[in-house]
Design a protein around this ligand. Sequence first.
Ligand code: MCN
Length: 731
Amino acid sequence: MPRYIGQRIKRIEDPKVLLGTAKYVDDLEFPGTLYLAILRSPVAHARLLKVDYSDALKMPGVVSVITGLNIAVENRPRNFPMAKDEILYVGHPIAAVVAEDRYKAFDALERIQFDYEPLPAVVDPEDALKDEVKAVEGMSNIGYRKTYRAGNPEDALSRSDVVIETKLEISRVYPAAMEPRGLLSVYQGGRLTVYASTQAPHFMRRFLKNAFGNLVSDIRVVQADVGGAFGSKMFPYPEDYITVYASIMLRRPVKWVNTRRDDLMSTYHSRGQIHRLRAGFTRDGEWRALIDDLVIDLGAATHGYYLADITATLISGPYKVRDILVEVYGVRTNKTPLDQYRGAGRPEAAFVYERIMDIAADELGMDPVEIRRRNLITQLPYTNPFGHHYDSGNYIKLLSFAEQYYRDFEKRAEELRKQGRRVGVGLSFYIEQNNFGPWESASVRVKSDGKVLVIIGAAPHGQGDATAIAQIVADELGIDIDQVEVSWGDTELIGEGFGTYGSRTLTLAGNAALLAARGLKERLRVLGAQLMGVNVEEVDYRDGRVVHLRSGKSMSIQEIANAVTSNVGGTWGYRAEPKLEETAYFGLKDYTYPYGSHVALVEVTEEGLVKVLDYVAIDDIGFVVNPMLAEGQVIGGVIQGFGEVVLEEVKYDESGNLLTQSFGEYWLPSAMESFKVKWIYLEDGKSDAPIPSKGIAEGPLIGVLPALTRAIERAVNKRITKIPVDVKLLI
Ligand code: MCN
């Protein structure tokens, strides 16, 4: 019987955070560290004519100024981490000052003169599509173009009884991690060690190796403690390359940490999609066809286009519609480049298919639950029109479960409406795609004190995966959880790995740890038998002991570890290698597809504030290893989603000036807006992994957008087609 998995075990990660002993990049100190500050463009689009940094260089404490850094950086604007001859967005790095302390570095930025000739800025993504004014000189604004076609959508649309035509907008948001991005690059004795606020150290090493492999032979990347990432610290940024370059050139440790203002303009924004669509339904609510023009606002680089691919291929969500055309246009604009944020393309898809469901329900006079029931996929596995293999579960069962809450919330809303209050209820159903692969690694090792150290290639940064993985390993080895330690985030601890993203860590690293622990049991049997002088065929591993079945003799893990690690002379000979560790890699053949339904009861006050009166999230993620950790993800994700629906929007003026340069203008949900979230989980949709889990971390942000939007729509009784919702305009 497992003792730990399935239980609400408290997080082993928390003591250092609570005690203030966690070390973020900015807490790390090396003797002789230099500080790097970035001069960023104040204009959106211009020809850069001249950068004069001679005055800056004369300032005391200034060591170096870097401009026009020219190294091959995958997919960055024109492959340069810095503006060379063309400025492409507000915040585009123009120069970097390296100085003895950060104050001197920032002071010196003010002494750099640069001449530029303004160019017209491309701001509106639909204007960009016209391709008249160029966002990047000499290049088409259409940086990415793809057609997704399935069935015969034109025909299916023409044969529909009712066609909904609408434009839906999901604004740009900023993935607001509590800790801004930062990096400390230490070049010492010919070796490069990079301490980073990253969610994927092995990934970062691959990128840095490609950029600097000709200058340094090996790169070690260490993940410092990370104060949140939400997808934004997955790929390296221009500043990372600039800082690493500076430390290699100067042969000194160099530290750069973004200010909040810099972070708001340089951390890649996300979402930024516009859908102009026509959706065809039969009179009794069957969704038959979709034709959608998807414009994604890529900003000043094209690397974020894959988000539109994810949205397009999941645009039918959990529904049976198969006649679909999505024309994807990825447009360049003079804005901060776009990349992933929690959910990465799936929240956008869910916003679209769930808006379609609710609008259709209104147009057809149908109940929102009924129209969904009518269209939900009933047979799993199911291959969707663009090749996603929805693997397992029971959508109808989960919907019926959610319906009970929906009906109850509706009753309560009715009562409140009688008192003259503006109240609405929203229900969403969503599908999630996760376990982005290809695999993850784990090593399990017995230390000299007999405790078990698990090292994973993934790099959690707040999710609590270490606790869940300790639960898995403790159960597999039949030992107490306090005998298990989990370590991660250092490319030197484990050879290869990926990181923590795509709601993959528990399933991929957790199962890798399980397989490694199984291997370790074998090693312990061999060593135990050897040390007891008996045949290995005659021993069994049972709850932390190797037991000789005939005699009842046994040795604990501690005793075996002690014998092996204190054996100075190696006197027990050469008959077995004293190997007390095992490494395993685990990957699934395909993605997994959790699903869920969110139900919200919302009031819009006289002042135009959105108050969530009740909220329930119901998910099926297969086997849940630690319900408390999963629930934590749901609560955080739902509140984050409230921000996206009600508060958060990156804003630019028509010249491309960034208007949201502080938390005064970019509003995040605070304790004031937060509300209680009830989480319920079903376990019908298991994955194929030995521990048959799927991911939870992004699902809540997918389910919340359409549920809250609908609830607000019902409260104000006006159709909503854009998030964030400008509630004050609607009341
Ligand atoms: N879990 C579980 N049983 C399951 C699935 C998960 O007990 N069947 C638990 C896990 O043990 C883990 C948590 O739930 O504690 C989330 O696990 P998982 O779904 O595997 O997701 P990841 O750990 O891979 O998290 C990545 C995900 C992503 S993609 C973003 S973005 C995001 C998110 O995590 N960024 C976060 N949540 C975040 N939470 C914090 N605090 N900070 C971020 O930057």
